[in-house]
Structures are given as C-alpha cells and as structure tokens.
Design a protein around this ligand. Structure first.
Ligand SMILES: Nc1ncnc2c1ncn2[C@@H]1O[C@H](COP(=O)(O)OP(=O)(O)OP(=O)(O)O)[C@@H](O)[C@H]1O
Length: 364
C-alpha cells in the first residue's frame, strides 16, 4: 500500500530581497520516511528546512504536514521537533529541566512530563546525565539532549539541521548510528539537512540533492550513487570523486565506442541510436571501484596506465594512475600494493559506468 505523504511542499519560492534562494520547489516526503536534503554550502537546504519548520515565511507556495496546510502556522503548532547544529541548551538548567522545559511551558501535567522525559532519556541513554548541567557534558552528550528535547514533544516530523557538524569524526559516526536506530524504532518522518555525503548515504531512505535552490535528483541512495542523473550529482556523491573522461562517440563495426585521449572503450549495454550518434561529445563517468587492475580484470579490453601515487588506507588502497592523458583514481583491496612508476593494465567495468552529454551534462 502506498504510504501517505507526511510533508508536502508545493511550488515553494523564497527570496531574500532580490536574491532567489528557492524557486518553485516541489517535494513530497512520505510518512515515516528519512529524507536527507544534501548539498554544498549556500544551496538553500537550511532555508527549505526553516520554511518547513515555520522559522521562515515563503514568498510563494504552500507547505502541508499530514494533509494540513501549515504555511502560515506558528512553528509550535506544526507538529514538528527541530534539532539544530548548535545544541541551544539552557546553560543554567539541568538536563532534566532542559528536556521538560517546553512541556512545562505548554502546561502538561507533571506525571505526563515525567513519563516523556524518562522515555526520551531511556531511548537516548542519557539517564545518568539527567542531573548534570550542559557545561558538564561532552559535545555528543549535549547533542543527545538536544535530540531528547525534540523527542519529548511527541511530534509527527523531526527536522535536523546538520546536527552532527560540531562533533569530532568518531562521535559523529557514533551518533549517526544512534539517529538511524532512533528512526528505526520510532518510525517518525525525519528530514535531515547535511552537506556530508556519508551521512546522506547511510541514513536516508531517499536523498534530495540540491544545487542553487533546485533539487537535482530525488532518489534512494543506491540509485543516486549508481545512476546519477547529471554530472553534478555524479561528482558530488562518492569519495574520491567519480572519474570523468571527456571524449566522443565513434562508430566501430556494428557498435559504438567511446574515444578519449587516443584510447577506445566499447560501450557494453548501450544501444546505438539517436542518443548515441557517432561524433556526439560526451563525458564518461566511472567510479574508482569500477576500474580493475591487472589480475582483477575480468575479460573485456585492458588499457595501459602508470602508477603516479599510492594512498594505502587500510581496508583499501587508492591508486592515482596516468592513463591516456587523464589522471584517474582506482580503488583496490588494501593488500594490493604497487610501486610508483609501475606500468599496470586497467579494465573499466562499463556496465557500472555513466555517460553524460558534454554540453547539458545530463545523463544519457
Ligand atoms: N537572511 C538572509 N538574508 C539574505 N540572504 C540569505 C539569508 N539567509 C540565507 N541567505 C542566502 O540564501 C542562500 C541559501 O542559504 P542556506 O542557509 O539555505 O544554505 P545552506 O545550503 O543551508 O548552506 P549551509 O550549509 O552553509 O548552511 C545563501 O546564498 C545565503 O547566503
């Protein structure tokens, strides 16, 4: 059964003076979905989240939460709980008071407040911290309390604005798992803003990748990673970035090949046709793990390359190779080591490659 929409954004536009940050944006977020808004700094993702939260008023368009038009409602009436990058805890209050403050202001009965605080503290495993003040907590603990404050409100939709950005790498990955666990147990709708692709790929049911206020692709992480809709998405997701080879298509026998820098690649899985006409200028995109080296090559054509740099990373080894005038990155197993200057043979897994038009940069 199709899930109903939890949040629906319709033709949303927002300008700051003459600067258009969002224009005619449409987005439906399903009930219980974990949706990540991903993009680099300034793309408008926080602006969009703040519109949903009611902290910013859109210039045009409407926002529905659970089929209710909330476009002009106060943040507190929207049924949302928000967690910010800065924890914004009250420094003079204990954790317990920080968690219960909003509920006391709202006039909830004492036993109901106690029940909700205790449930949130248990879910987030912060019971031992309830009597402490924020200054006596680590960054990760403070962020748990901030999440707890959204949790006690019993809301339909959680909004997260880069909640892990202030934490060091280890804490970030720990809390990331906590947030995923939270979503799995609560099954609430969550909308999460980040510029961190690992957070997006690991947490999201679907990712909306934004650039200049426009959603470039809205898909599940696997589709975004393997079938990026344009070159921007392809280059934004993946570290190191997808390799891009500029070249053109050429007819060869019955088929069509991609030619770049004197090398020629047969395009398995692509049909010759109008889209793949000889002479069309295109960009071939191949991820580092989809290029095989020497003994790993499984049939198909092999190309010559020279090892320029080796970056051993433990589980993986990252090679930077010179091939037909391009520098390309290749990911191999950590146990495979290569000498700088070594000549190797490489094979491209063309079934996993992407082709983009050189001018429009759209996927072919
Ligand atoms: N109050 C404001 N007045 C004018 N321009 C603003 C205002 N707030 C944001 N902007 C501009 O709107 C654009 C989008 O900002 P927004 O904060 O949504 O980006 P973001 O993708 O969340 O970036 P970041 O990751 O840096 O927070 C930016 O170009 C920013 O400079």
């Amino acid at each position: 059964m199709a899930k109903q929409n939890s949040v629906s954004i319709r033709d949303l536009s927002l300008s700051f003076g003459s600067v258009k940050v969002l224009e005619n944006l449409n987005l439906n977020i399903r009930d219980g979905e974990f949706l990540v808004l991903l993009g680099s700094s300034g793309c408008g993702k926080s602006t969009l989240l703040n519109c949903i939260a009611g902290l910013l008023e859109p210039t045009e368009g409407q926002i529905f939460i659970k089929d209710r038009n909330v476009t002009w409602e106060e943040p507190k009436d929207r049924g949302i709980g928000m967690v910010f990058q800065s924890y914004a805890l009250y420094p003079q209050m204990t954790v317990e008071k920080n968690l219960s403050f909003g509920l006391r202001v709202a006039g909830l009965p004492t036993d109901e407040i106690a029940r909700r605080v205790s449930r949130a503290a248990s879910i987030l495993q912060i019971e031992p911290l309830l009597k402490r003040k924020p200054a006596e907590l680590s960054g990760g603990q403070r962020q748990r309390v901030a999440i707890g404050r959204a949790l006690v409100r019993d809301v339909d939709v959680f909004l997260f604005d880069e909640p892990l950005s202030n934490l060091d790498a280890k804490l970030r990955s720990e809390l990331r798992v906590e947030i995923k666990r939270l979503h799995q147990s609560l099954e609430n709708t969550m909308i999460y803003v980040t510029h961190d692709q690992i957070e997006a790929l690991t947490l999201a049911d679907r990712i909306a990748i934004m650039k200049s206020g426009v959603i470039q692709q809205l898909d599940d992480p696997t589709t975004i990673y393997n079938r990026p809709r344009n070159r921007f998405v392809a280059g934004f997701i993946g570290s190191p970035s997808m390799n891009f080879l500029k070249g053109e298509l050429a007819a060869e026998g019955d088929g069509i090949v991609f030619k770049a820098g004197g090398a020629s690649f047969s395009l398995d899985g692509y049909q010759v046709g109008e889209a793949l006409a000889s002479g069309r200028r295109v960009v071939l995109g191949v991820r580092p793990e989809h290029i095989r080296v020497d003994g790993d090559i499984q049939g198909g054509e092999a190309h010559e390359a020279v090892v320029e740099i080796e970056e051993p990373m433990g589980a993986d080894n990252l090679l930077w190779l010179k091939h037909a005038g391009h520098t390309i990155s290749v990911r191999v197993g950590g146990a495979r080591r290569f000498a700088v200057g070594a000549r190797v043979r490489i094979g491209f897994d063309m079934t996993m490659a992407s082709l983009f038009d050189a001018e429009t940069e759209e996927r072919i």
